[in-house]
Design a protein around this ligand. Structure first.
Ligand code: C2E
Ligand code: MG
Ligand code: MG
Length: 611
């Protein structure tokens, strides 16, 4: 056995016995076995020995003077420091061993005298092994408890982390959801949120017959002017302020949404009847028309509102918005700053418009358009000086459709570019054709109407130039007509394009002059050649001296600006005479001729008319 093993095995055993022989015997066999042995002759010594160094095991004689073994054991067990040391009682064979008592006071075993070495060693070893095992269990338990505590703490921390992470994720989700459903500028609901709410409301109308709601479509009047003149920052500030004002008029169950730009929509829930909705609309109009005090300026604005009242025929939220939008446009056309309630006739009209739109698309593909030509007569010579090309639509079922009906729709849908380009090419080709056939002289011109919507078209100039170039028409034979109201929409931009056209030697006419509410002062700034006096002024020329004065002013104005004047819509010889007297340069109207198909023009020219 090595020293280290020895040390490892050297358990400390305290033997307590008043008989020296016993002490010696036990000491011998235990020391021999490798134990460290201490000896005490009585209880008091034993207790002191324990206090000095806690033994691993005590062999305790029962019968001792002064304090017997039972008492010593009781004291040892009562003391927390010594209570865990196993005690084996020693008793002589003739002693009356009270085994029960021995165990009761805390003994773990007993050995009877005379001692047998093997028995002593086995019992000692047993108890020490038991003690070691107990200690092992104890330390394992402590370790286990420590580990459980440590693990619990880790779990608690992990749990906290998880909770925080969940909370953060929930916050983020809420933020994202909020962003997805709200307008970033005004913080109001956006179109998606409104549509969701409308969808729910529509479902309810199918279940509950007396449930009603309303949608208000609000569009600011002249907002573009504010944005363009005061800048987008002020525009944004105004939109936020409008949003706030509207929000103050809403109930908790209502929804105010910004649809984009200067458009808002309002969902009024649980409406008893339309009169309440009208009341709200009135309040909104009033609230908006009060001045807005913004950070740098005061702004006045009005709004137009379209109202749609729910009914069970609606299936999709889009249908509600579409109809409220239609009603809003009606309110605008009636003079703005008002509301208009959507009606069935508006629906029918919209439907008809939609049909027209579809038909128009197809008409371009199938080339259902034809060009008519109306002569323009020189009032000095009385002879035809040119023609105006006027488009017609040969509709397969509706017959000849007037441009007044389809041009506005074509403008709105963008189809106008294709139509105007086609008319331009057709009219130029026709004129060249007549020139080649010597039906007309080289001085006869063709006037083509051009929608202002084309002015934003990137290849406008190229298209126009190609039209006369390809056909080898002299650009001086081509005149373009642009309506006065169209010019007024964006006078700056129009002027630039008109200037470029003029450089190609193409003459320019202002069509429907006098109806555009324009200030006459802009005239000299525009590179135009001809004013076409609107037929409105010619219509009652004979009876209305005021109109005569007005026409006279326009003609004089034209002449002082080095422009020529054309009177539109001349219907009788009296009108013709008056206009001649006023010095009007040209005339156009049913009195001379209605717009004609190309081959009828040839017949007309063959008769060499003169008025
Ligand atoms: P506009 O350019 O002012 O053309 C004159 C309109 O007055 C023509 O109507 C013509 O038929 C009509 N008119 C001429 N003389 C008389 C008359 O004595 N009495 C009456 N009551 N009417 C007369 P139309 O052809 O129906 O064209 C209407 C408008 O449609 C045109 O007015 C023009 O602004 C537009 N338009 C016609 N063709 C085209 C086109 O190819 N492109 C574009 N963008 N617009 C066109
Ligand atoms: Mg015209
Ligand atoms: Mg006109």
């Amino acid at each position: 056995m090595t020293t280290s093993q020895n040390r490892y095995y050297q358990k400390d055993i305290l033997i307590v016995d008043d008989t020296l022989d016993n002490l010696r015997f036990l000491d011998t066999i235990l020391t021999k076995k490798g134990y460290s042995v201490r000896k005490a002759l009585d209880g008091t010594m034993a207790l002191t020995a324990c206090k000095n160094l806690l033994p691993d095991l005590i062999l305790l004689d029962i019968m001792m003077p002064e304090m017997d073994g039972y008492n010593v054991c009781r004291l040892l067990k009562a003391n927390q420091a010594t209570s865990k040391v196993p005690v084996i009682f020693l008793s002589a064979i003739d002693d009356i061993l009270d085994k029960i008592k021995a165990f009761e006071v805390g003994g773990v075993d007993y050995i009877t005298k005379p001692f047998q070495a093997e028995e002593v060693l086995i019992r000692v070893e047993n108890q020490l092994a038991l003690k070691a095992a107990e200690q092992k269990i104890l330390s394992l338990n402590i370790e286990l408890e420590r580990k459980v505590k440590e693990r619990t703490l880790q779990l608690e921390i992990a749990n906290q982390d998880l909770k925080r992470e969940l909370w953060e994720r929930k916050q983020l989700e809420e933020k994202l959801l909020y962003r997805a459903l709200h307008d970033p500028l005004t913080n109001l609901a956006n179109r998606t949120l409104l549509m969701e709410r409308l969808d729910e409301a529509l479902k309810l109308t199918k279940i509950e017959s007396n449930y009603h709601f309303a949608v208000l479509f609000l569009d600011c009047d002249r907002f573009k002017v504010i944005n363009d003149s005061l800048g987008h920052l002020i525009g944004d500030e105004l939109l936020i302020a409008i949003g706030n004002r509207l929000q103050n008029l809403m109930k908790d169950t209502d929804i105010l949404a910004r649809l984009g730009g200067d458009e808002f929509a309002i969902f009024l829930d649980k409406i008893a009847d339309i009169s309440y909705v009208k009341l709200v609309a009135d309040k909104i109009l009033k609230a908006i028309s009060a001045p807005f005090q913004l950070s740098r300026t005061e702004v006045f604005i009005t709004a137009s509102i379209g109202i749609v009242f729910s009914n069970s025929n609606y299936n999709k939220p889009q249908e509600l918005l579409r109809d409220a939008d239609t009603a809003m446009y009606k309110a605008k056309s009636q003079g703005k700053s008002r509301y208009c309630v959507f009606t069935y006739s508006m629906y029918q009209k919209a439907l008809k418009l939609l049909q027209l739109e579809n038909d128009l698309n197809r008409a371009i593909e199938l080339q259902e358009f034809i060009v008519y030509y109306q002569p323009i007569v020189s009032l000095t010579t009385g002879k035809i000086s040119g023609f105006e090309a006027l488009v017609r639509w040969q509709h397969p079922t509706h017959g000849l459709v007037s441009p007044a009906e389809f041009i506005p729709v074509a403008e709105e849908t963008g189809l106008i570019a294709a139509i105007d380009t086609w008319v331009l090419q057709t009219a130029c080709r026709q004129l060249r054709n007549w020139q080649e056939q010597k039906v007309i002289g080289e001085e006869i011109s063709i006037s083509v109407n051009l929608s202002v919507k084309l002015f934003s078209h990137p290849n406008l100039l190229e298209t126009i130039n190609r039209a006369w170039c390809d056909i080898q028409l002299n650009p001086q034979n081509l005149k373009l007509e642009i309506t006065e109201s169209a010019i007024m929409e964006d006078i700056q931009a129009t002027a630039v394009i008109l200037q470029q056209l003029r450089e190609s030697k193409i003459e320019l006419s202002i069509d429907d002059f006098g109806t555009g509410y324009s200030s006459l002062s802009y005239l000299h700034r525009l590179p135009v050649n001809i004013l076409k006096i609107d037929q409105y002024f010619i219509r009652n020329l004979e009876q209305n001296p005021k109109n005569i004065a007005l026409i006279s002013t326009i003609i004089n104005l034209a002449h002082t600006s080095e422009l020529r004047a054309i009177a539109e819509g001349i219907k009788n010889p009296v009108q013709l005479k008056k206009l001649r007297n006023l010095g009007c340069d040209f005339g156009q109207g049913y009195f001379f001729s209605k717009p004609l198909a190309a081959k009828s023009v040839v017949d007309l020219l063959a008769s060499t008319p003169q008025w």
